[in-house]
Design a protein around this ligand. Structure first.
Ligand code: PMP
Length: 459
């Protein structure tokens, strides 16, 4: 069978293979292709602010910036740029929803989330319920749905039992960054639909917010097919440099809600008076202050390049253009990424599963998970394991991965595990090297040679 991705051609777009790095910490952040770094530089001659100047440079930068919203909207299947707000990252995007909805929560309402969440999709709701709303004299509860500790799957019956007619919002991860589990989003949507909660818009159902930080980078996602109300993700986990995250929101919700940040450019031109302020049209109502302009442009181009790398890495077709991207192209490209990631993950699960004394967390079936594997070795401190892997040139991450509740739910003391995570530029050979290094650490043998730091320093 032909590989879904021409991985050697993909790798030629990146610097890390030439440095001898085995980049297997992709659930934290992915590596940037050379083209994107060059794109930053190529934007310098026309460097200007957006929506704030009459120069040709400003007009051109504004066009590039606005086009990036269209690319992002098409990539996730939104109806248009009206549904896209840009923030610094997933965390800020989820906080934006929290602050927007803060005033809408009524006394006695609740918000339901899960113990599988990244802290970014738990702590804001904790803070809203325990710290912010009580100071405003309002009592709102948060409820936590559990997962099955053996399978790593969300307990849908428990989730169903927590959702009721006072549940304004259900929040869940699209894929866990620790267990790897993909959430059955249609089932969660159905439960949120059935709550009967009366929203200010007149809709009778709970809103659904999906933390898609681990879902969008490796899957075909269609926000309208999933019928999510809000969805957040970060570009630094899908090839782009750090600094830009997306909040998709249904346009009618973004139009009706209070903005998260107030100030410049989010107001309608000339419509600010001592006794009244009118807000800008969407999506600029959610773009207060000078945005990360170059970051937005480069991030949207990262989506184009990701599709190119998946579909035809030697002949990029979408990168560097503003061509509308068909849904079928996004589907084809992202299906290739997810198939490749699944093959790598299956290989890692098989290899790691054969190691004595290893505990692997989450579903065993690679089709039920995203491209990461977290594990512990009996009697070994996970941070020490990750350090030993680094000495063997294998990049991993140990800690709680900000999925602290899930580590506690599994009774892990300290709440930590070691995690390997893969992306479309990783090879089966790299997976095998990582597995061999974990096996060596588990057996108490030295895991390897010089770490990448020494190799990079020796250049
Ligand atoms: N949610 C999940 C599932 C994640 O994996 C991460 C990143 N580890 C985040 C949220 C937070 O992303 P960011 O740091 O970009 O805000």
């Amino acid at each position: 069978m032909r590989d879904p991705v021409d991985v050697q051609a993909v790798r030629r777009h990146f610097a890390f293979p030439t440095l001898g790095r085995i980049a297997t910490n992709n659930a934290a952040s992915t590596q940037p292709p050379r083209e994107l770094v060059a794109l930053y530089q190529s934007l310098a001659p026309g460097y200007e602010n957006v929506h704030r100047g009459q120069s040709s440079a400003s007009q051109e930068m504004t066009a590039l910036f606005e086009e990036s919203y269209d690319t992002i909207a098409r990539f996730v299947g939104a109806s248009g740029r009206d549904g896209i707000a840009l923030y610094r990252n997933t965390t800020e995007a989820i906080n934006a929803v929290m602050y927007s909805l803060l005033t809408e929560f009524r006394e006695g309402d609740n918000v339901v989330t899960t113990t599988m969440e990244h802290n970014s999709n738990y702590v804001p709701w904790y803070a809203m319920c325990r710290e912010i709303l009580p100071r405003l004299g309002r009592r709102v509860d948060y409820r936590l749905a559990r997962f099955d500790p053996h399978t790593g799957e969300l307990d849908l019956d428990h989730l169903a039992s927590l959702i009721d007619a006072r549940t304004k919002l259900v929040c869940c991860t699209g894929a866990s960054n620790f267990l790897g589990t993909r959430t059955p989003l249609r089932a969660v949507r159905a439960l949120a639909d059935a709550s009967g909660y009366l929203q200010p818009t007149g809709e009778r159902r709970s809103y659904l917010l999906v933390d898609a930080a681990q879902l969008v980078p490796g899957s075909f996602v269609d926000v309208r097919a999933l019928d999510v109300d809000y969805l957040a993700f970060s570009f630094h986990k899908m090839l782009a440099p750090f600094g830009v995250g997306v909040l998709y929101g249904k346009p009618h919700l973004l139009a009706a809600a209070l903005p998260f940040l107030y100030g410049g450019d989010m107001i309608a031109e000339g419509r600010v008076f001592p006794d009244r302020v009118d807000y800008n049209r969407l999506p600029w109502k959610y773009a207060a202050g000078t945005p990360n302009i170059l970051g937005a442009v480069v991030s949207a181009q990262a989506l184009r390049l990701l599709l190119d790398l998946a579909l035809s890495p030697d002949r990029p077709a979408y990168f560097g253009t503003a061509e509308p991207i068909e849904r079928s192209t996004v589907r084809a490209g992202m299906n290739r990424v997810s198939t490749w990631n699944r093959q790598l993950t299956g290989r890692a699960l098989d290899g790691l599963g054969a190691i004595d004394g290893i505990t692997i967390y989450g579903p065993r079936d690679p089709a039920r998970r995203t491209s990461l594997v977290a594990f512990n070795l009996a009697g070994r401190d996970p941070v020490g394991v990750a350090e030993a892997l680094n000495r063997a040139g294998i990049e991993s991450r140990a800690g709680c991965h900000c999925a602290t509740l899930a580590h506690h739910a599994l009774g892990l003391t300290p709440p930590a595990s070691c995690r390997l995570s893969f992306y479309l530029y990783n090879t089966p050979d790299e997976v095998d090297q990582a597995v061999a290094a974990v096996a060596a650490v588990a057996a108490g043998r030295p895991a390897g040679l010089d770490g990448p730091r020494e190799r990079v320093a020796a250049r």
